[in-house]
Design a protein around this ligand. Structure first.
Ligand code: MN
Length: 192
C-alpha cells in the first residue's frame, strides 16, 4: 500500500487533485465512487484500507442486478484526501477530464478486509447514499500490473433496487451538479 505510483503519474503544479499522504491514524472505512469522464467514461470505486484508498476502474459502473458481473480493473492506490475530490483535471494531465463525486459513505467488510483483499474475494456492505446492501469484488486474472476483478451485487433486500439507467445518470452527492455543470465550474446547490 503506497502512493508512489499515484504521485508519479501526476503533476501537482497543474492538476487540482490532492498530492496526499498515507494516513496512519485508524479511521472509519469510507468509500466513494467518482464518475470520471476521461478519454472513456468510467466509475472509480475507492475503498479505504490501511491508510489509503484502494481503487478500481469500473467502465460500466455499478449495477443493482445480481446477474450483472461488471469488470473492475484495479489501479494505483489513491490518498484518503481524494475522497473529497470533484472537479476538472486539465487537458494534457493524467486522467484529464471531469470528476464527479458520485457516491460516498462507509463500507463494512464481512471478513478480515486485508486477508480478503489478498485472497481476491472481498465481500462488504455499502452504506452509501446511492449504493446499499452487500456487494462483492472478485479477482479474476492479472494482466501486467492491473488485476481484473468483477464487481457484483449480492442478492439481498436491496438487489434490483434501482434500474441501471436511472442509477447511472444521477448527480453529484457533494454538490448536486451534473457532469456538465462540474466541467463548466458552475456552483452547486448542496453544501456539505
Ligand atoms: Mn478515473
Amino acid at each position: 500500500m503506497s502512493l508512489t505510483s499515484y504521485q508519479k503519474k501526476r503533476n501537482f503544479e497543474r492538476t487540482p487533485e490532492p498530492k496526499g499522504k498515507k494516513e496512519t491514524k485508524a479511521r472509519k472505512l469510507i468509500f466513494v465512487i467518482q464518475k470520471h469522464e476521461a478519454s472513456h467514461l468510467h466509475y472509480d470505486l475507492r475503498l479505504a484500507m490501511d491508510g489509503v484508498l484502494k481503487s478500481w476502474v469500473i467502465p460500466k459502473g455499478p449495477s443493482y442486478d445480481p446477474k450483472e458481473r461488471h469488470l473492475a480493473v484495479e489501479v494505483e492506490d489513491h490518498p484518503m484526501e481524494y475522497a473529497k475530490f470533484e472537479g476538472t483535471i486539465p487537458e494534457g494531465e493524467y486522467g484529464a477530464g471531469t470528476v464527479m463525486l458520485w457516491d460516498q459513505g462507509t463500507w463494512e467488510p464481512i471478513a478480515n478486509p486485508k486477508k480478503a483483499y489478498k485472497e481476491g474475494k472481498l465481500e462488504f456492505t455499502l452504506h452509501g447514499e446511492k449504493l446499499k446492501g452487500v456487494w462483492a469484488l472478485i479477482r479474476m486474472a492479472t494482466h501486467g500490473s492491473k488485476p481484473n476483478w468483477l464487481f457484483i451485487k449480492k442478492t439481498d433486500d436491496f438487489a434490483n433496487k434501482v434500474p441501471d439507467a436511472k442509477l447511472l445518470k444521477t448527480n453529484s452527492v457533494k454538490t448536486g451538479r451534473t457532469m456538465d455543470a462540474i466541467s463548466k465550474n458552475k456552483p452547486g446547490k448542496l453544501k456539505r
